[in-house]
Design a protein around this ligand. Structure first.
Ligand SMILES: [Zn+2]
Length: 323
């Protein structure tokens, strides 16, 4: 028997069945990137309404210690839109939710030197100090979850963060919730009910799929259920779906905890040395740094993220959809 087969066989015995893993309770924190708002809005809906909708759902589900992550650029352009977004930031903080650093201008580390990147982190600090009312804002969330394409960059930025009192805000569950917003707006405009229904269903399905994958990877990589950290964005579609998503998660055994507690799980202290063109969630970084693939844990190499559908649905690209 080849070595790889023996290894796969050993993992099959070590990893409990997906059914058993689904029953293990999960402590999970929620983080929201690109506040006070991501993407375009439906006609007649304001950013403040989206923000209030999201905060009301968190309140209903009693989600403690949600962290938002902001790019100061969004609220720094002089004008009415900035003023209104600044007001929304105050609403967020009044809900006792802190705001962490996501760079000033949502930059990609691959495109820049360590110096330019860390200067952009620094540029965001004045705003964070002002709006957080004494709450701990020294968490850094990498835009695009990208931690650099070379070790020199990866570790250069990490050194800066450590020297300046930052903790890295890792993510363990991301299902690219933001990607549903643009097709949602297109389908809304066309009043295409079948497509809107498909978007809702596929959003929830992908959210559940990533929860289940995270559970399997957690058990497979660390032999226990780690504290999970979910990444969402403040888009109008994510806001619309949030109540249903959180209800589904709760039914699947999720208990909400503050981000500050989840991020103290010792697994997140690990520097995976992951290098990639694209960023990825922490559990996938660990998996790849051990030269393993999803299939080693009985998972498909591909997720059912409907990339083509989200691009083409309700667009002018001709495709005959039959749901
Ligand atoms: Zn972002």
């Amino acid at each position: 028997m080849k070595l790889i087969s023996v290894f796969t066989l050993a993992l099959m015995f070590l990893i409990p069945s997906a059914h058993a893993i689904k029953r293990v309770p999960v402590k999970m924190a929620i983080t929201v990137d690109d506040i006070p708002g991501y993407g375009d809005l439906p006609h007649g809906v304001s950013r403040s309404e989206v923000m209030n909708e999201v905060l009301a759902v968190f309140k209903k589900h009693e989600v403690p210690g949600v962290y938002g992550f902001i790019n100061g650029l969004k609220v720094s352009e002089p004008g009415a839109e900035s003023d209104s977004m600044m007001q929304d930031m105050k609403t967020w903080v009044e809900a006792n939710y802190p705001v962490g650093n996501h760079t000033y201008s949502h930059i990609h580390l691959n495109d820049l030197s360590v110096k330019k990147y860390t200067n952009d982190i620094k540029k965001n600090e004045k705003l964070l100090e002002e709006i957080n009312c004494g709450m701990d804002w020294k968490y850094f969330r990498y835009p695009f979850l990208n931690e650099g394409e070379t070790l020199a960059k990866r570790n250069g930025v990490r050194k800066y963060l450590k020297n300046n009192g930052y903790k890295i805000a890792q993510v363990s569950i991301s299902f690219r919730d933001w990607a549903w917003n643009a097709p949602y707006l297109r389908c809304l405009k066309k009043n295409d009910q079948a497509s809107l229904h498909y978007l809702e269903q596929s959003f929830l399905d992908n959210g559940m799929e990533q929860l289940n994958r995270a559970r399997v990877l957690s058990k497979g990589l660390f032999h226990r259920q780690v504290k999970e950290i979910l990444l969402l964005h403040l888009s109008s579609f994510s806001a619309k779906m949030l109540d249903q998503l959180l209800t589904k998660y709760e039914k699947a055994g999720v208990k909400w905890i503050p981000f500050s507690e989840a991020t103290r799980d010792p697994v997140y202290r690990k520097n995976t040395q992951y290098l990639g063109e694209n960023g990825t969630a922490f559990l996938y970084q660990v998996m790849q740094s051990r030269n393993l693939g999803a299939e080693n844990f009985g998972l498909s190499s591909f997720t059912s993220f409907p990339e083509e559908d989200l691009k083409e649905l309700c667009s002018d690209i001709k495709k005959d959809y039959k749901f």
